[in-house]
Design a protein around this ligand. Structure first.
Ligand code: JFZ
Length: 453
């Protein structure tokens, strides 16, 4: 399967080489195969939970240091108390695996500058500065390995703590040197993260390049630096100065539209592009006591399907509490998604987009010789589909993933296939029907072939 996929992916990539996004030398195979991963925003901001001095600070909670104008020394004092006594890396890795996620992307250092690993070039980390005193990234690396999850690391370019780049917080400081920060701090830190002590890092996810001092050349320099240490590590597209135009970034191995699922195909997103949507479960990335606007499992599962049907990845965020546990809402959502993925995961993992696009009844994904019909609107009797691209004569078998041993009756008229569906709908969120084709499913029927049956 892996081999087949590789051929498909490279084949597609070759067809769509173009200005806006070009595949790089780094293989994105594991990432595309994964389709679904967990994003984790966790750090000192989690301790505030969007409240400072008893007042709610509106906006995304991991920005509280900036939004709440918390002075560096106050934030530092808070960081000393960081002691997530209930944190168990294995529970996180297991939660990700059970939800059908294949990678875990964790904030090693968010904008506040606090480091969740034992950094040798900083004392502002979980070992030297905080009560906890244990390397969180190390624990997650071991847990991820145990549960067969890829470890991916988020690293913020901007830093509200480092003296050279935290001018928002150190007003009047003049002896700043951006390149000193890059050469003597950022690069050594990235080298630590990529040294092998955290295994082979699947992906590095940069962010924060909108700061004035960040430039395209600095982004390119960091990209090359990462590849010189760890050529297989996939790098996202936010090292470029301006990645905001979808696919507009010239640095990085894939594309990241934020909090939205782009239409496809369009001039900016085409079949074969490697891309990722990142979504929050409520409105905040970091834990917020004030944010109760949780998305439903239905919305999130359908988003996952939507993304997969366009050939992208969904990286779904979790904002753990300061003690290291997930909120009950988070756990409920993950459990619901896991329940759906247990039955339907094969219609997500390792699939590619379907050229048939958006259907009135739902979406499609494709893997090898199977088309998966993710049905949102379940018909009373028959599901109709026109197979303009694949030959209906080559259909071997049709079945619902909820009951794979029972073949469904179907009729073919020309390119139209009418499938008799079981009642009731197996899963009201989305039920998947698989159409399995024989070899060479795209071979066109010859003109005199009678397709009616
Ligand atoms: C960034 C961070 O500032 C935020 O805290 C969080 O980590 C998120 C995942 O990434 O915020 C962004 C980055 C990019 C866009 C929007 C918010 N964007 O491209 O629209």
């Amino acid at each position: 399967m892996a081999v087949v996929l590789f051929i498909q992916v490279t084949g597609l990539s070759a067809q769509v080489a173009k200005d806006h996004y070009k595949p790089t030398d780094t293989s994105t195979e594991w990432f595309e195969e994964a389709r679904f991963g967990m994003f984790v925003h966790w750090g000192i901001y989690s301790m505030y939970g969007a409240y400072y001095e008893g007042k709610h600070v509106p906006g995304i909670a991991e920005w509280i240091m900036k939004r709440g104008n918390i002075p560096i020394d106050v934030y530092e004092a808070q960081a000393e108390k960081f002691d997530p006594v209930k944190f168990e890396a294995e529970l996180w890795a297991k939660a990700a695996r059970d939800a059908g996620m294949k990678y875990l992307l964790i904030t090693t250092k968010h904008h506040d500058g606090f480091c969740l690993w034992d950094s040798k070039v900083s004392d502002y980390d979980v070992i030297d500065h905080a009560a906890y005193g244990k390397d969180i990234i190390k624990a997650l690396h071991l847990a991820a390995e145990k549960y067969g999850i890829k470890l991916a690391l988020y690293y913020s370019i901007l830093d509200w703590h480092h003296p050279d780049v935290s001018y928002h917080f150190r007003k009047g400081k003049t002896d700043v040197d951006f390149d000193r920060y890059i050469e003597e701090y950022m690069k050594p830190q990235l080298a630590e993260l990529l040294s092998g002590q955290y295994g082979e890092v699947g992906m590095l996810w940069f962010d924060g390049g909108w700061e004035n001092w960040w430039t395209f050349d600095r982004g390119r320099n960091i990209y090359n630096f990462v590849k010189s240490i760890s050529p297989n590590t996939i790098v996202n597209d936010r090292l470029d100065k301006d990645h905001s135009k979808l696919g507009g970034s010239e640095i990085g191995d894939y594309i990241t539209p934020e909090q939205n699922i782009p239409a496809m195909p369009t001039s900016t997103l085409k079949p074969g592009d490697v891309w990722e949507t990142v979504l929050t479960m409520n409105n905040s990335w970091g834990y917020s006591k004030a944010d109760h606007n949780w998305k439903s499992p239905r919305e999130l599962i359908r988003s996952l399907i939507e993304v997969a049907s366009r050939g992208g990845n969904l990286t779904l965020n979790v904002g753990p509490k300061p003690d290291g546990t997930f909120t009950s809402e988070t756990t409920d959502i993950l459990n619901a998604i896991g329940k759906w993925m247990k039955v339907n995961g094969e219609a997500i993992h390792g699939t590619t987009h379907s050229e048939l696009g958006v259907m009135p009844w739902g979406r499609l994904t494709v893997k090898d010789d199977t088309k998966y019909l993710h049905v949102f609107e379940w018909p009373r009797d028959e599901l109709n589909i026109r197979l303009d691209h694949w030959n209906p004569r080559k259909i071997k078998r049709i079945y619902a993933l909820a009951n794979p041993n029972k073949s469904l009756d179907f009729k073919r008229t020309g390119v139209e296939v009418r499938i008799k569906v079981p009642q009731p709908m197996p899963d009201p969120i989305a039920s998947v029907i698989a159409i399995e084709f024989g070899p060479d499913p795209k071979a066109k029927p010859t003109s005199n072939q009678n397709l009616d049956q």
